[in-house]
Ligand binder design. Structure first.
Ligand code: TRP
Length: 339
């Protein structure tokens, strides 16, 4: 088989929002229907533990994220859709990789460095204050996610590129010591994919608390769109599309000719109230059918579980024999029988 393996994971700590949808989920669902790729999409629940100590939240988020992918029409006949924790070979591989990973490489990870910098700014007495081994070695877990399936391409946001580079480093090191077992993965940054701004005009992100959750009921969606911050220009005054949160979101949901028509309306001074109404309708039109399926799926967790179990089985059909081969490569295997 010469299909290119595309793999990506979503950490189960939050509720998917419009930014996740336009930037990552929608293109991934599209790709799941493309016969040239073999997609592996998973719920990164072990990653969730790195930043979240609330069991109920991790559980709820896993349910919501799984329901979201299924409601949006993920093609599970082509895609392998699973929960990380259902594939124990990932953790076995994590240890094998941990043992060839230079500590110095991990010292350079952005997430770890940012946490240290924050401590140093605070009072500096302990630069590692509150930093767990989970956070420190998180890039190794991520490398295991990717390398276990020998993924060729990993679609990620900019903040994750370093982790893909680290996965390549770790894979090369392992290959050098134990033989060519791993493919070196490549990060795929989709420049065309939208980065949406949030309610306050900063990047839409759960860390800024400025998101519009994807499947809010229609009424709440309208309310949230009305809350998006705008400037104080009056109807009739020409407005800038550049850097405008409303326009940016509209662009992620509308066809080119509609976007151009709205650009005209900005020049002519469309009022913010009207623009918000137009935006609401555009988003709702795209989302509404999936929202109904989402609501139904949340009421049918058994069905979701069934899908995940089938996905895990497909994943393990690959990971079980591969981990056996890797164990043997590092010298962990049954005693030789016979003479
Ligand atoms: N760390 C990624 C994020 O926070 C999620 C993730 C975990 C991931 N494992 C992965 C992404 C493997 C791609 C491949 O966005």
């Amino acid at each position: 088989m010469n299909k290119s393996i595309v793999l990506t994971g979503i950490t189960t700590t939050g509720t998917p929002h419009l930014g996740n949808y336009a930037g990552a989920i929608r293109p991934a669902i599209q790709a799941s229907k493309d016969g040239h790729v073999w997609p592996f999409y998973f719920l990164a629940d072990y990653h969730a533990l790195i930043k979240c100590n609330e069991p109920a939240r991790v559980k709820q988020s896993s349910l919501e994220i799984a329901a979201t992918w299924l409601a949006l029409g993920l093609d599970t006949s082509n895609a392998v859709f699973y929960r990380q924790s259902d594939v124990p070979e990932i953790l076995e591989l994590t240890w094998m990789l941990t043992c060839v990973t230079a500590k110095g490489l991990m010292n350079r990870a952005h997430a770890y460095k940012a946490a240290v910098a924050e401590n140093e700014e605070a009072d500096g007495s302990d630069p590692d204050k509150g930093i767990t081994m989970g956070l420190f070695s998180y890039p190794v877990l991520m490398a295991a996610d990717i390398l276990l399936f020998n993924a060729n391409k990993v679609p990620v946001g900019k903040d994750q590129i370093q982790h893909i580079e680290m996965a390549r480093d770790i894979a090369s090191r392992f290959n050098h010591i134990y033989g060519e077992h791993f493919v070196l993965p490549e990060a795929v940054l989709d420049d065309a994919a939208a980065t949406l701004l949030g309610l306050d005009g900063r990047k839409m992100s759960k860390s800024y608390n400025n998101t519009i959750p994807l499947f809010e009921p229609e009424k709440t969606l309208r309310k949230l769109i009305n809350k998006i911050k705008t400037n104080s220009l009056e109807p009739g005054e020409p407005k800038d599309t550049e850097g405008c949160t409303l326009f940016g979101i509209y662009q992620a949901f509308a066809h080119h000719h509609d976007v151009e028509a709205i650009r005209q309306r900005y020049a002519q001074g469309i009022g913010w109230g009207e623009m918000k109404q137009i935006l609401f309708e555009k988003i709702n039109e795209e989302i509404a059918p999936a929202r109904e399926r989402y609501e139904a799926l949340l009421q049918a967790p058994d069905h979701i579980e069934q899908q995940l179990q089938e996905g895990a089985e497909k994943a393990r059909a690959i990971s079980r024999p591969f981990i056996k081969r890797l164990r043997s490569a590092v010298g962990i295997s049954a005693m030789a029988t016979g003479r």
